[in-house]
Design a binder for this molecule. Structure first.
Ligand SMILES: Cc1cc2nc3c(=O)[nH]c(=O)nc-3n(C[C@H](O)[C@H](O)[C@H](O)COP(=O)(O)OP(=O)(O)OC[C@H]3O[C@@H](n4cnc5c(N)ncnc54)[C@H](O)[C@@H]3O)c2cc1C
Length: 533
């Protein structure tokens, strides 16, 4: 029998890594962190290395979707990180935290301890912001945050064009007011290296005698005895393996895998589980339901001059030169995150606060798909609505842990979501029509330019929309009996079991989800310490 740990954490991603580091900072806790993937390689350190890692099953999990009839999106395959650092080791490194109202509304829904005053304190503790500490930013924390240092005339023109539509120009994307436009902020350090959750939290902690990391172990279920979680069961090198805990199991396997593990462990909709022959431990109908995801639509624009476009920088001799330049100097296109400038806009008339995020890049992807770029100079701007109402779901297709999930995003299922999505696309076009860009831009490319009516724009989402990689809600936190976890992230109906990752957010915090997931891991560690005291 293996050592009985106090805390077994499943998944070394954004939330799990932070939680493991924080809990193991207390020498009285024996913490085991179990991860299916292995160590990240140099491509994860190099920001643009995600262009390769995303297509490598050694470093990514894949979840095909089944959108169903009439859905506003094509069939897609969602990727997630599969290594120490999880999706933070493969993501676009855009650092946005959401806004006070996101967290205050979590608290107001009956979840004490998750309001902005607590979460701002946590974000400030996590950050090592290059702009220094302020009421809104942290300095000296484990995650270095930089503002895109690549000042380019096209990016400046995009920012000026957005300002021309009435937006404020912001120096700090995470400052007091979200509405506005500015250079992106990234969790990339001064030498151009990604700061993943593994680098920031696991590397400094891995030598602690009370902390064990087991990578290469795929967890298949939680072992529940007499209504209590006593351990986990999985597979290591093809052989079954079990780990036992004297304390708790905490699932941090991400917004898709944590609910899958709950379902495989008999926690979910009783009828659906029984139909698959799974022994029901607790009827919890919303496991895997209430899934919310950002739906992204990219518009590409032809540029007048090659000097403004990076389209040639990621192939052939230029790619080699850029990788070399990166390795020697830590600079150039390989050192940059997924968006160079970001605008938060009120797209829908009457919106009280930003409802859409627009991301600018000095390159344009080929309509052929994959990681191919247009062979003419181009740029792109993509949008997503910040707080979608539409709810999708995921379900088991079999009791076999290796069987694929049935994931139905159910995007744009409400009138408000459709209207906001259309308005977000129009917001991009308003910016791109501003005089500030006229000297540099020819116009929108043929793939989307003809779609001008509301119906046509919705049709673009149907054909070309894709996930923003921010799925939440599948093990939602709340005070009601049918919320999967309570405000201390304890799974209802089974003791000794919690979920700590994006699954527990009932709404997507307004922006990208890496920083919120890290903050969630940190906050749960505080709550657990409080309970232990
Ligand atoms: C391609 C991509 C781009 C993104 N870009 C950005 C961005 O620019 N900015 C931003 O803020 N957010 C971005 N995101 C989103 C953000 O990275 C994620 O929301 C966040 O990292 C999720 O954290 P998590 O802790 O919920 O899960 P994850 O970080 O996904 O961690 C889950 C971990 O659990 C492991 N795991 C899963 N199943 C098992 C199992 N059965 N057994 C053992 N281990 C298991 C996984 O391998 C993984 O390491 C992006 C995501 C992706 C995928």
């Amino acid at each position: 029998m293996a050592t009985p740990y106090d805390y077994i954490i499943v998944g070394a991603g954004s939330a799990g890594s932070v939680l493991a580091e924080r809990l193991s900072a207390n020498p009285n806790h024996h913490v085991l962190l179990v991860e299916e993937g292995g160590a990240a390689n140099w491509l994860s350190l190099m920001p643009k290395g995600y262009g390769k890692l995303l297509f490598d099953p050694g470093f990514s999990h894949y979840y095909p979707t089944s959108p169903g009839d009439g859905a506003h999106a094509p069939q897609e395959v969602w990727a997630r990180g599969r290594m120490l650092g999880g999706s933070s080791a493969i993501n676009g490194m855009v650092w946005t935290r959401g806004v006070p109202a996101d967290y205050d509304s979590i608290e107001a829904s009956g979840n004490p301890g998750w309001g902005w005053s607590e979460m701002l304190r946590v974000f400030r503790a996590i950050e090592n912001h290059h702009l220094g500490a302020s009421d809104y930013r942290g300095a000296g924390g484990p995650v270095t945050i930089s503002t895109n240092p690549h000042k380019a005339r096209l990016t400046d023109a995009f920012i000026a064009a957005a300002a021309g539509t009435g937006l404020n120009v912001k120096q700090d994307q995470n400052g007091p007011d979200q509405e506005g436009v500015g250079y992106a902020q990234w969790n990339i350090d001064a030498r151009g290296r990604r700061v993943s959750a593994a680098r920031a939290f696991l590397d400094p902690a891995r030598k602690r005698p009370n902390f064990t990391i087991r990578s290469g172990v795929r967890v298949d279920r939680v072992i529940v005895e007499n209504g209590h979680a006593v351990g986990i069961a999985g597979v290591e090198n093809g052989a079954p393996v079990e780990f036992r805990t004297a304390g708790e199991v905490i699932l941090s396997a991400g917004g898709l895998m944590s609910p899958k593990l709950l379902l495989l462990s008999g926690i979910g909709d009783a009828a659906a589980l029984s139909a698959l022959g799974i022994d029901v431990k607790h009827h919890s109908p919303n496991v895997g339901r209430r899934l919310r995801e950002h739906l992204v639509l990219m518009l590409s624009f032809r540029l007048k001059q090659w000097q403004d476009s990076d389209n040639r920088e990621y192939s052939g001799v230029r790619l080699l030169a850029n990788v070399l330049n990166y390795l020697v100097a830590g600079k150039g296109p390989m050192a940059r995150g997924a968006a160079e400038a970001i605008a938060f806009v009120r797209a829908l008339p009457g919106a009280g606060r930003p409802d859409a995020q627009l991301m600018f890049n000095p390159y344009s992807m080929s309509p052929a798909g994959g990681m191919k770029f247009e062979d003419e100079p181009g740029m792109q701007v993509y949008s997503f609505i910040l707080r979608p109402e539409s709810e999708g779901s995921l379900q088991l297709t079999s009791a076999d842990p290796q069987a694929p999930l049935n994931v139905n995003p159910n995007y744009l299922a409400t009138e408000r979501d459709r209207a906001t999505a259309i308005a977000a696309t129009r917001a991009i076009r308003r910016i791109m029509a501003e005089p500030a860009l006229a000297d540099l831009v020819v116009g929108e490319t043929a793939k989307t330019a003809g779609a001008q009516t509301d119906e046509d724009i919705l049709g673009l989402y149907d054909r070309f929309g894709g996930a923003g990689y921010h799925a939440v809600g599948t093990a939602g936190m709340g005070p009601n009996d049918d919320d999967v976890v309570d405000s201390r992230l304890r799974v209802r109906g089974v003791t000794g079991l919690r979920v700590a990752d994006c699954s527990v957010f009932q709404q997507i915090p307004s922006g990208n989800t890496n920083a919120p997931a890290m903050a969630l891991g940190w906050r749960l560690a505080e709550l657990i310490e409080e309970e232990a005291r």
